[in-house]
Ligand binder design. Structure first.
Ligand SMILES: [Mg+2]
Length: 113
């Protein structure tokens, strides 16, 4: 198989949670989820870090469901503007290696070496 047949799918794990934790390094080892407004009916889990994942917290479930499994879950609000900034920085790293990059969503890209 030649390298012209190789395409990487690069997907950042826990992307929103990882970006938020840059502002809260003290929470890195605690279960953390990024979620919509807990007071609104749209309060669902948008992302979670590894400790929250280990407690069974899942993306797209309600905050209420997540708290049943993980009472100590720390909830952080999303900052969508920051995700775009980091998404561009991550793609800039890929561009050091190739021009053949197709971003696919905020935290994923197709990359052909
Ligand atoms: Mg991802």
């Amino acid at each position: 198989m030649g390298t012209d047949r190789v395409i990487f799918h690069c997907d950042c794990n826990s992307f929103y949670a990882s970006v938020e934790l840059l502002s809260h390094p003290e929470l890195r080892d605690s279960p953390v989820a990024v979620c919509g407004d807990p007071k609104s009916r749209h309060g669902i889990i948008l992302a979670k870090n590894e400790p929250a994942k280990a407690m069974g917290v899942k993306t797209a479930e309600t905050i209420w469901q997540a708290r049943q499994k993980c009472p100590d879950l720390v909830l952080l609000p999303p900052h969508h503007d920051r995700y775009g900034v980091y998404s561009r920085q991550i793609n800039a790293i890929y561009y050091r290696f190739t021009d053949l990059i197709e971003p696919f969503g905020i935290d994923e890209s197709w990359v052909r070496p």
